[in-house]
Design a protein around this ligand. Structure first.
Ligand SMILES: [Zn+2]
Ligand SMILES: [Zn+2]
Length: 304
């Protein structure tokens, strides 16, 4: 790999060219388009979204430097330990065969297999994200680490990556478990000729949500959907409310708000118009890259 490309890989700068990442240039471009339409409809000057007080706020600047450091940590320390989807798929296949014995493959139209595999991956991935996110809030040990994300005082698309490496590890572990498990089940019943419906390598359902402005969740654009839709899909304003000092007990959903509705943690954006981001805990300090990385451990030690 040429040195320049390898360097950008380690620093996370290749995210701009990776459709699996929210900062992919195509998603940023579609987000910009949505922002322009939003401003025109609200009769708000487009320049108001470029406010230096937000983009150059100490909290936003910390997000930018943390993004680079966290990316190096991910590449050097986390990746080598990360559980692989292939391993989980293999274990699931072994388990299925031990439990049910050899399965004669079910022959159905391939398009139905592809469609149901795509849907199963999306639904179970989103549900497991909801569950883990909720646990990050409700288990005191995990909250120490998830506070890093909630310590942001202003939201920009880069805030999405203000996540402690331990949380990155847990979400990576969840991804491998869920994807590997579903893949194993499908291979057991339908054979290894699997594929998902995708656009440039991304699950088509996830791609649509990225194009529709996932990046606005961490932004100053309070885009809410009407109440009925917000009972199914998390709007940017709903995730922004989750970032307020009083909103951390609601709206844990990734893409679907359905889980929030089913498990009693849904709050609609029409119920709220006050957005004050950050943490309640005034004794906690997350003001530097070093503090973002070490503060959770200091908090844990203090409790002992
Ligand atoms: Zn949270
Ligand atoms: Zn967030």
């Amino acid at each position: 790999m040429p040195m320049v490309i390898e360097g950008s890989h380690w620093l996370g700068l290749d995210y701009l060219f990776n459709p699996q990442k929210r900062l992919y240039w195509g998603y940023l471009l579609s987000t910009a388009g949505i922002v322009i339409v939003y401003c025109l409809l609200k009769r708000q000057p487009i320049t108001s979204t470029l406010d230096k007080k937000i983009w150059w706020h100490p909290s936003a600047r910390l997000d930018y430097s943390y993004f680079i450091v966290a990316s190096i940590i991910k590449m050097s320390l986390l990746l080598p330990w990360m559980l692989g989807v292939g391993e989980v798929t293999y274990w699931t296949l072994q388990l299925m065969e031990a439990l049910l014995g050899y399965q004669q493959k079910i022959i159905i139209d391939r398009q139905w297999v592809v469609l149901s595999y795509t849907l199963a991956l999306f639904l179970l991935s989103d549900l497991s994200r909801y569950c883990l996110h909720r646990l990050m809030h409700t288990i005191p040990f995990l909250w120490k680490f998830h506070q890093v994300h909630h310590s942001a005082e202003v939201l920009t698309p880069v805030t999405f990556y203000r996540v402690h490496p331990l949380e990155n590890f847990l979400f990576g572990f969840r991804y491998a478990l869920v994807t590997g498990f579903i893949t194993g089940i499908f291979i057991h019943f339908y054979g290894a000729n699997l594929a998902i419906l995708d656009i440039i390598g991304v699950n088509i359902i996830v791609f649509v949500f990225h194009i529709l402005g996932d990046n606005l969740r961490h932004s100053t654009i309070h885009l809410g959907y009407f109440d009925t839709l917000e009972k199914w899909l998390i709007s940017p304003a709903q995730h922004q409310y989750h970032h307020t000092v009083t909103g951390t007990t609601v709206n844990y959903g990734g893409i679907l708000s359905l889980w929030d509705r089913l498990f009693g943690s849904l709050r609609l954006s029409s119920q709220e118009d006050h957005y004050h981001y950050g943490l309640n805990e005034i004794t906690t300090r997350f003001n530097s890259v070093w503090q973002l990385l070490t503060q959770p451990f200091i908090l844990l030690k203090k409790e002992r």
